[in-house]
Write a protein that binds this ligand. Structure first.
Ligand SMILES: Nc1nc2c(ncn2[C@@H]2O[C@H](COP(=O)(O)OP(=O)(O)O)[C@@H](O)[C@H]2O)c(=O)[nH]1
Ligand SMILES: [Mg+2]
Length: 310
């Protein structure tokens, strides 16, 4: 005797409650096996479960892929350049990075991801152009979607309102929420569907109002770089060696709250037990001097001199 829809859903929800990721996928597969019928409400329920399963699988895949490259990822924020074909993605990356990605009048010039790199304010950014698959369909490609899920920021490029409508509605369809700033916990993929983004448009296009996303004109390269930087919001901490020389390369963090302990962990983890205190030059070499403890909160451009017990 088939059970009513609402009873089935209650049972399913209670079995899935609190389960996430691989564990949730496993339970869904089990449920799909258990539900014998595939008609009417049962069909609806099974379709719903199948959709969710597919989403979880894609997301887990993306997470695994991004975990593999954790090291480079932490040091090099990635900006994914997306837009309809011929929107000028390759041209923009070439202009920003000095690369020579082929540019063409014909469609689908780019058939595999193209990479460029640029340095801004001491931070190296990686720019990636996605292969143009087909309009209205590029995002359904699993590996493309995995790249979108695991990126740090989307640069959405368009020549017309229609270009933006196509891309934004495809992202919406995938339940990807675009936000104006990176999350406070940095690149942690806790909520992979919320992705920082900004819109880059042709000079004569009016304001595009979408989730408070910033609008930038395509030929204002400085503003594009500045916006990337503001969205990624690196916290650069300059360390001082025992000769009181400030190192050229900062230690970089990509989360809002950074404390002295994080710096010790990053540069000399084994010394955490003999940490004594730290001298801070607030906001740079000429800043206010302070002697602080292990849980002192640091800010961008702070200089730090760590001292340890002998
Ligand atoms: N007028 C104008 N043409 C552009 C601009 N950017 C790209 N193009 C042209 O548009 C075509 C497609 O550019 P491409 O960078 O290959 O686009 P992609 O398919 O998005 O990578 C090429 O003929 C470019 O010369 C731009 O800002 N203004
Ligand atoms: Mg291209």
């Amino acid at each position: 005797m088939p059970k009513p829809y609402s009873v089935m859903m209650d049972e399913i929800n209670s079995r899935l409650k609190g389960k996430v990721g691989d564990e949730r996928a496993k339970e869904i597969r089990l449920l799909l096996k258990e539900i014998q019928f595939d008609v009417g409400d049962y069909r609806k329920i099974k379709d719903k479960l199948r959709r969710e399963l597919k989403e979880i699988e894609t997301m887990e895949q993306a997470k695994k892929a991004s975990r593999k490259s954790t090291k480079t990822k932490k040091e090099t924020p990635q900006i994914l350049v997306i837009g309809t074909t011929n929107s000028g993605k390759s041209t923009l990356i070439n202009n920003l990075c000095g690369t020579e990605i082929p540019v063409g009048d014909y469609e689908y010039t780019t058939t595999e991801p193209q990479y460029g790199a640029l340095e801004y304010e001491g931070i190296k950014f990686q720019l990636v152009e996605l292969p143009a698959i087909s309009e209205g369909g590029w995002i359904y490609d699993k590996s493309t979607l995995a790249l979108v899920y695991s990126t740090d920021c989307l640069l959405i490029l368009g020549k017309s309102f229609e270009d933006f409508t196509i891309v934004l509605s495809e992202l919406e369809e995938q339940n990807i929420e675009l936000v104006e700033k990176r999350l406070s916990d940095g690149f942690a993929q806790t909520s992979p569907r919320r992705i920082p983004a900004f819109l880059v448009k042709k000079e004569n296009l009016g304001f595009i109002s979408y989730n408070s996303l910033k609008n930038v004109f395509v030929n204002d390269l400085d503003e594009i770089k500045r916006t990337m930087f503001e969205i990624i919001k690196p916290v650069r901490i300059f360390t001082m060696n025992s000769f009181n020389e400030i190192e050229d390369r900062p230690v970089v963090f990509y989360n809002d709250t950074v404390i002295v302990e994080d710096v010790v962990n990053k540069i000399s983890k084994s010394k955490i037990d003999i940490f004594k205190d730290a001298l801070i030059l607030e906001g740079g070499p000429t800043g206010r001097r302070k002697r602080v403890g292990i849980s002192y909160e640091l800010h961008d451009n702070d200089v730090i001199h760590l001292t340890f017990h002998k």
